[in-house]
Design a protein around this ligand. Structure first.
Ligand code: COA
Ligand code: AMP
Length: 630
């Protein structure tokens, strides 16, 4: 194994103070921390307790002050609108500082929340950095969620202001964001004081007098104004990012400021092998954690160029889109989800599109968000002839738990494993009783506390849920809710979630949330949603429904309504396309629905009859219903 990795990892666990204080020197603090970790603070301790910093200062002001103002900070590349724009660090700073004045005029200050429901446009980043500047806490909500999901997040975050755009642009349709937001606000118990609307030429939004403000108008009126950076404690929240839990109520992952900046700065060099001034292409969405960390934050922290790509891996216009963007902007690396590569592979299996681009600057492809299947890894390696690096993390951790640190000298790849734990992550595998299991044995993947800098210190408004959901299952450890194993060489393998979360096209979704939507249909008695294998998306949801007796309409009619209901309540991102009526759901004698067994039957995998099943015949009925539909 690479000695650099081994020594970094060992030092991070043996001397976390030394390791992280050293890493913290990469950041331009207002007051550098004198201590790395304070075990007496927070739920399990807090990082850099006496550091004072501002994320916007680190990402923009300090580069401009350091003479790097002319360097390109942001490239906006939007095949769906036919637009390309670049912003230097100095230009971005001017825009952000002015927009911070706009927000401040609307009463936004330190600690206030600002919800951002926007597509992949530069204004979304400007809004985020302006929040950073003021010390306000942003919460970005992914555009593919429905009004109902947005309302839940608004209620929990209680934002003073919401930033939105008139529309998002999907390859086949325009998504009118503003009516969705209006519906969400109407449902919400915490309406904001103001909404700022970016009118896009592709589809204009109706404005509500007294609530809505025109983005361009406010910015024009604030010409020449600027706002200083607020002095924030390293432990102050930077953002809240909602993610799926096992119920329909999303979890508000809180990110602190100092620890996150330090961890991301460390990762850019050591993990991704990226040097200041290079271009990093992360093709996620700012609504997901990967987009937060590696589109919005990390590249600018270290003085790189970030690419904001408003398009898809395929269809905008073709399967060469990623390679076109990487070639044109001389990206050193691409970070995306395996599902995107599977989509590219399906459309361009022989890499004919790829062959038309000059990727001489390109050094590595990074994949995360779901398990990277060996076939996809092999295909990408064969095509790119560069390292293809799988790494694993969660919304909660904010950066990789397990990865192959390219910047420290890549370790040999084992397909199926994202490789080894990153510094600060003491990863273990325990059985259900909390005992360590031997190498190669499947168990619960946990991380010994404390979590390293950058990881969540708690959940917004709900410390009890944080403790219960993550810390109480295995005292002294953070529970990832992933099952897997560590092999004899210390490689970690993530195999499956241990809860009811499924991963659809790299998007984390709660089956519980979909079940809540289905159960609200007046003809449904009960239901269960499971994730079945999908060649492109990894998993796709299937809902099994039991109808109330005496329902007069046809099953097909009700199933269609259920599909529409999930789209309306959860959103198109759930990609819920199949509801299947069954007479009964398989349950244990204590009434627990046997979702795992149903999933295995749907996937055609071997399964064993659960000893506690109430009525084994129900499983045959499930198999029959699926066979009838295939
Ligand atoms: N706003 C509004 N709607 C959105 C949206 C957004 N930001 N993003 C997706 N949707 C909609 C899509 O239009 C689609 O709607 P439809 O049912 O009307 O077609 C639905 O949500 C599902 O979208 P998606 O999951 O993107 O499926 P797809 O079939 O359109 O595309 C992939 C498949 C694989 C190309 C696509 O899922 C993809 O690029 N995945 C990568 C995911 C990723 O980067 N995840 C981040 C983790 S690193
Ligand atoms: P999210 O919070 O959306 O990033 O989803 C986190 C979950 O996605 C993890 O708990 C894993 O179940 C899964 N996941 C993410 N990356 C990987 C990976 N590289 N390999 C296997 N599973 C992954």
């Amino acid at each position: 194994m690479s000695m650099d990795y081994i020594s970094a990892y060992k030092t991070s666990l043996a001397d976390p103070e030394g390791f992280w204080l050293n890493a913290a020197q990469a950041i331009d603090w207002f007051e550098p921390p004198t201590r790395a970790f304070a075990p007496e603070l927070g739920v399990y301790g807090r990082w850099f307790p006496d550091g004072v910093v501002n994320a916007c200062h680190v990402m923009l002001d300090s580069h401009v002050a350091g003479g790097r103002g002319d360097r390109t900070a942001l490239i906006y590349d939007s095949p769906v609108t036919g637009t390309k724009r670049t912003y230097s660090y100095a230009q971005l700073l001017t825009k952000v500082s002015r927009f911070a004045a706009v927000l401040s005029d609307l009463g936004v200050g330190k600690g206030d929340r600002v919800v951002i429901y926007m597509p992949m446009v530069p204004e979304a980043l400007i809004g985020i950095y302006a929040c950073n500047r003021l010390g306000a806490i942003h919460s970005v909500v992914f555009g593919g969620f429905a009004a109902n999901e947005l309302a839940k997040r608004i209620d929990d975050a209680a934002p003073k202001v919401i930033l939105t755009a008139s529309c998002g642009i999907e390859p086949t349709r325009k998504v009118a964001y503003k009516p969705l937001l209006d519906q969400a606000i109407a449902m919400s118990a915490c309406p904001p004081d103001a909404v700022i609307v970016l009118q896009r030429p592709e589809l204009k939004a109706e404005m509500i007098p007294g609530q809505d403000h025109d983005w361009a108008g406010l910015v024009e009126a604030a010409k020449g104004r600027g706002t200083p950076c607020a002095r924030m404690k390293a432990t102050d929240p930077l953002y809240i990012l909602y993610t799926s839990g096992t119920t329909g109520t999303p979890k508000g992952v809180v990110r602190d400021t100092g620890g996150y900046l330090v961890a991301l700065a460390w990762s850019m060099g050591a993990l991704y092998g990226i040097k200041p001034g290079e271009t990093f292409f992360c093709a996620s969405d700012i609504g997901w954690v990967v987009g937060h960390s590696y589109i919005v934050y990390a590249p600018l922290i270290v003085g790189c160029t970030t690419i904001l790509y408003e398009g898809k891996p395929v269809g905008t216009p073709d399967a060469g889109a990623f390679w076109r963007v990487a070639a044109e902007h001389k990206a050193a690396a691409l970070f995306t989800a395996p599902t995107a590569i599977r989509a590219v592979k399906k459309e361009d299996p022989r890499g004919e599109k790829f062959a038309t681009y000059d990727l001489s600057h390109f050094r590595a492809l990074f994949l995360a968000g779901e398990r990277a299947d060996p076939a996809t890894l092999e295909w990408a390696e064969g095509l790119l002839k560069t390292p293809v690096i799988d790494h694993c993390w969660q919304t909660e951790t904010g950066w990789a738990i397990v990865a192959n640190p390219l910047g420290l000298g890549a370790l040999p790849v084992k397909h199926g494993s994202p490789t080894v734990p990153m510094p600060g992550y003491d990863v273990r595998v325990l059985d259900d009783a909390g005992h360590p299991v031997p190498a190669g044995t499947l168990g619960n993947i946990v991380i010994r506390l404390p979590l390293p800098p950058g990881c969540l210190p708690t959940l917004w408004n709900d410390e009890a849920r944080f403790r219960k959901g993550y810390l109480e299952g295995f005292p002294g450890y953070y529970q990832t809710s992933d099952a897997g194993f560590i092999d004899e060489d210390g490689y970690v393998f993530f195999m499956a979630r241990t809860d009811d979360i499924i991963n659809v096209a790299g998007h984390r979704l709660s089956t519980g949330g979909m079940e809540e939507a289905i159960a609200s249909h007046p003809d449904v008695a009960e239901c269960a949603v499971v994730g079945v294998a999908d060649a492109i998306k990894g998993q796709s949801p299937v809902g099994f429904v039991v109808l109330k007796s005496g329902v007069s309409r046809t099953e097909a009619e009700i199933e269609r309504e259920i599909v529409a209901l999930v789209r309306e309540r959860v959103g198109p991102v759930a990609a819920f396309k199949m509801a299947l009526t069954v007479a009964r759901l398989p349950k244990t004698r204590s009434g627990k629905i046997l979702r795992g067994t149903m999933q295995k039957i749907a996937d055609g995998e071997d399964w064993t009859m659960p000893a506690t099943i109430e009525d084994p015949a129900v499983l045959d009925e499930i198999g029959g219903a699926l066979a009838g539909r295939k």
